[in-house]
Design a protein around this ligand. Structure first.
Ligand code: ATP
Length: 435
């Protein structure tokens, strides 16, 4: 019998019972942990636990001096920021692209061309200025590396538009930020080529949130969740108003402050609804290729930091990928979040996040119920298991996910605000043909 207790003998062997959990967050994850049959919450500081849904502060301050018993599981890797800090993600991706080019040639390296040209500021300011001058008329987007929810982001066309920022950096002494634990200076930004031709639905820009679970970096083992959602901007897209965040930034935190935002509708579609729409407009082959390219992004980005991340058998990570599709149906990686929002914005959102987190716990299998050979657990598909998993590619677009009520209500969300009625009518008709 395994050493750790308590275990209960069942037909198939031994199942662990009486799992003890701790949780730093007060949102859906706490509900999910509390709903697990037989699991008990540990609230006392220093109390023994089997799984801890910790915040990044705990990882930075406590992890290094914590003694972890074999069975204990934690929801972050120690240096998770290697993939989830905007500047470090790009650094790791650029390194992977260079090494692919060296070892396998240009064509192979081109597989990494899924992130827009990006430079870290102020350290790469001069390289950026060279690139800026090479591409006159291009729009760029400035993003502070340690902030989220669209805070501090702005678009610009002229170098003089960032002189205020530049002046601030020149006169500010380097300060070590607490942030998420990676060393940094407070004013570090990334400047990135703005994707000027996003795919529009109902004249609105959107991005897609996809969940990927990593249970090991060495060897790499990653699971792709079938359900996700698209987040729409509230205002019609135009390049005339590059200062308008409601047009250009699709973060819910920004959009929900729009004067005509409707919290009931929330302007989210499930990935499944998006797939139906795209299939109606472009056909199955094109949409399949799009979702396969997205799988490629997930795998290559994880591989880019595989050697850098401190692998630890106690740790797992649930990533929230933000993907933007352009008008040529090419997916772009915008960002990867280590702490994707688990706070629900509507009933459907709650159901999605509850199911997602419950499936994360099922994959982790603290109860010792699974054989370890499963390729599908709940809505998670094993995407990479020290190599590609046969049949895993493109799963994201294949499954019907019971997320929101109907295709009609999905169209309602965006169409309510559409001015172009002819386009709406054609879209609805096309959808009827495929549903
Ligand atoms: N290169 C880009 N081209 C076009 N749009 C972009 C680009 N980068 C960011 N955006 C838009 O800005 C939004 C915010 O960007 P990003 O996700 O990088 O910032 P954030 O503040 O860290 O957001 P989050 O709250 O998701 O962490 C994106 O959702 C997207 O709509």
């Amino acid at each position: 019998m395994p050493k750790t207790t308590p275990f209960t003998k069942v037909k198939s062997g031994y199942e662990r019972t009486g799992i003890r959990f701790r949780c730093s967050l007060q949102n859906t994850i706490l509900d999910v942990l509390r709903a697990r049959p037989g699991w008990t919450e540990v609230t006392t500081e220093g109390g023994a636990w089997d799984i801890y849904w910790a915040d990044v502060w705990w990882m930075r301050e406590i992890f290094d001096r914590a003694y972890l018993e074999d069975q204990m599981r934690l929801n972050h890797f120690r240096n998770h920021f290697e993939l989830t800090r905007k500047n470090l993600m790009v650094k790791n991706l650029k390194r992977l692209r260079r090494s692919l080019e060296r070892e396998a040639g240009k064509a192979e390296a081109q597989k990494c061309d899924f992130f827009p040209s990006t430079y870290e500021l102020p350290s790469e300011y001069h390289i950026f200025v060279d690139e800026f001058r090479r591409c006159p008329g291009t729009i760029w987007i400035m993003k502070p590396i340690a902030k989220s929810q669209g805070k501090g982001i702005f678009l610009f066309r002229k170098l003089k538009d960032i002189t205020d920022w530049k002046r601030g950096v020149e006169y500010q002494p380097p300060i070590q930020s607490v942030g998420d634990g990676a060393p940094q200076q407070i004013e570090t930004y990334v400047v990135q080529r703005y994707i000027e031709n996003p795919y529009l639905i109902g004249g609105r820009k959107f991005d897609i949130r996809v969940y990927v679970l990593v249970t090991s970096y060495s060897p790499l083992k990653a699971w792709l969740y079938r359900a996700g959602f698209a987040r729409f901007a509230n205002t019609r897209y135009s390049l005339d108003s590059i200062d308008d965040n409601y047009v250009h930034l699709t973060n819910v935190a920004i959009q929900k402050t729009a004067p005509d935002y409707d919290p009931e509708k929330g302007c989210k579609w499930s990935t499944q609804q998006l797939r139906q729409y795209l299939t109606a407009k472009h056909g199955q082959t094109a949409v399949k290729a799009l979702f396969q390219q997205m799988t490629n992004i997930f795998v290559l980005s994880l591989q880019s930091c595989q050697r850098v991340i401190i692998n630890d058998k106690h740790c797992f990570e649930l990533y929230g990928y933000d993907i933007l599709i352009d008008s040529n149906l090419k997916p772009w990686l915008i960002e990867i979040n280590a702490s994707p929002s688990l706070t629900a914005s509507s009933k459907e959102d709650y159901e999605l996040k509850f199911g997602l987190l419950n499936d994360v716990l099922n994959v982790l299998d603290l109860e010792n119920k699974l054989s370890g050979k499963e390729k599908r657990i709940g809505l998670f598909d094993l995407m990479w298991d020290n190599g590609p998993v046969v049949g895993a590619e493109g799963k994201l677009e294949e499954t019907v996910v019971p997320y929101t009520s109907s295709t009609d209500s999905m169209l309602g969300c965006v169409n309510d605000r559409m001015d172009n009625l002819r386009h709406t009518y054609e879209t609805a008709n096309a959808l009827k043909k495929v549903t």
